[in-house]
Design a protein around this ligand. Structure first.
Ligand SMILES: Cc1cc2nc3c(=O)[nH]c(=O)nc-3n(C[C@H](O)[C@H](O)[C@H](O)COP(=O)(O)OP(=O)(O)OC[C@H]3O[C@@H](n4cnc5c(N)ncnc54)[C@H](O)[C@@H]3O)c2cc1C
Ligand code: FES
Length: 439
């Protein structure tokens, strides 16, 4: 694990160092970056232990799962989204820990924002919907748990493929496009804010993860554009520190300037496997191989050729069956893979891949539709899904569906709109689903 000092694409900020105590030991972090980055850089990847005392590390890396919860100055916090700023002490949460219940301060009233449309997620889908609603003067609020707009685009250092017909974003990298998605005016976009529940009465419960403030948003319509979560296949020791999904690898590498390992085995020869492997090499790691269970590669040839040019072998019809732990069980030293047919390992073909310290799992994404399910219950027909939260695709289809949803809301509100434009966008959206293979 190490700090990325220089990067061919990203500007590495000159961080201001701060220190805090981790289980009594002094650890140095960088202002603005998370506790998770500081601990991983310092060689402490274990954040908790399971009930069977197995070591546990990051799982989602984006504040969604709770796997990285630790006691930060006495309070339980998710260290993958908590910056080191002002932190004095970080400890593992003991299994018998009972949090102190803070008395409700009746003097402080909880803010309630009222709007017509609440959009959850400031990725391309949510922001495209916002743009179209604003053009028609429909009030809306966008809520996102990141500190920047752009969703998944912020993690991407490559020049985007397929993004749009007009070639407006031609040659731009994902994180550059992200900055432009909401135009100049960011009013009504609430960042660092997680939606944690949808309550009766069309009330959305939100927590600002920086200030800890809890507030509500009440809306007539709701759009869920929460993106996707990585799919994690099961194999022996899949819970070891050192085994990470691509989402964690990318977040730590491209936003926290922290490599989770130096020698990597990537699992999955789709676009995510290719792109993250390429990005890992750019950031200074060595990708030993990419394995793929299918007999053919899933990614675009242009992406495949980039990794081939770097000399990374792509091994087809190979399945990961076990991660090999180090002595302390706080990392990995290798993996056992085997030939496979229909995702079933063929006995007797096992082979050890050694000399690795990280497994980068790139086996696809699954729609993050938990809020959509709850939203449908509470908002009924006034709840809409857009982007990866309803179907894994790419930027173009996320934007088109975001716009389509805006039209559907205009229709429900009885606001006049150009029906031909709606039909054209709907057609483009359907075409984008059939012509673009999902990542
Ligand atoms: C490795 C990789 C490479 C890619 N490369 C390309 C490419 O080259 N070209 C291309 O067109 N597409 C590419 N894509 C796909 C593209 O990034 C996605 O399809 C697109 O970002 C989906 O947009 P979205 O708005 O649905 O979701 P996202 O961009 O994921 O945005 C969802 C947002 O919702 C927020 N959120 C989720 N839950 C909550 C909550 N409870 N409270 C508050 N906020 C919440 C998330 O933090 C996130 O910011 C790539 C994807 C990956 C993973
Ligand atoms: S919440 Fe931090 S790893 Fe999932």
């Amino acid at each position: 694990m190490l700090k990325i000092e220089k990067h061919p694409i990203l500007e590495v900020p000159k961080g201001v160092e701060v220190t805090f105590l981790y289980e009594g030991k002094q650890v140095t972090g960088e202002k603005g970056l998370t506790i998770a980055a500081a601990l991983h850089r310092a060689g402490y990847p274990v954040h908790s232990h399971s009930v069977e005392n197995r070591e546990r590390s990051l799982e989602c890396g984006i504040g969604k799962c709770g796997a990285c919860e630790m006691l930060v100055d006495g309070q339980i916090k998710r260290i993958c989204i908590t910056p080191v700023d002002g932190v004095k002490e970080v400890k593992e949460v003991p299994h018998n820990h009972t949090p102190e219940v803070e008395p409700v301060n009746k003097e402080i009233s909880t803010k309630v924002y009222k709007t017509t449309v609440a959009i959850i997620g400031a990725g391309p889908a949510g922001l495209a919907c916002r743009e179209m609603l604003l053009e028609r003067h429909v009030e809306n609020i966008v809520i996102d748990n990141n500190e920047k707009i752009g969703g998944q685009f912020n993690m991407q250092t490559h020049q985007f493929f397929f993004f749009e017909k007009e070639k407006k974003f031609g040659g731009m990298r994902g994180f550059e496009i992200a900055k432009t998605l909401a135009g100049e005016n960011h009013e009504g976009i609430f960042l660092n804010s997680t939606v944690w529940d949808i309550l009766e009465g069309k009330r959305i419960a939100v927590k600002n993860i920086r200030t800890e403030e809890i507030y509500f948003v009440e809306a007539d319509y709701m759009v869920i554009a929460t993106g996707a979560v990585p799919f994690m296949p099961t194999f022996e020791n899949d819970d070891l520190p050192g085994v990470y999904t691509a989402a964690v690898v990318q977040k730590m590498m491209n936003q926290e300037f922290t490599l989770l390992g130096k020698n990597i085995l990537t699992v999955g020869a789709g676009n995510i496997g290719y792109l993250t492997s390429y990005q890992l090499m750019q950031a200074g790691a060595n990708v030993k191989a990419i394995i793929e269970a299918m007999p053919g590669e899933g990614g675009f040839p242009v992406q495949a050729n980039r990794v081939r040019r770097l000399g990374i072998p792509v091994m087809l019809s190979k399945i990961l069956i076990k991660a090999l732990p180090n002595k302390k069980h706080d990392g990995i030293v290798g993996a056992i893979i085997a030939d496979c047919e229909n995702f079933k390992p063929i006995p007797g073909t096992e082979q050890i891949i050694d000399g690795i310290d990280t497994i980068n799992i790139c086996t696809g994404l699954v729609s993050d539709d938990q809020l959509l399910i709850k939203g449908n219950e509470v908002f009924g027909r006034n709840c809409y899904g857009a982007g990866d939260s309803i179907r894994i695709g790419e930027g173009t289809s996320a934007v088109l569906r975001g716009k389509q949803v805006a039209f559907e809301i205009l229709q429900a509100l009885d606001i006049k709109y150009n029906y031909d434009e709606f039909l054209a966008i709907s057609k483009e959206y359907i075409d984008s689903n059939s012509t673009h293979s999902g990542l």
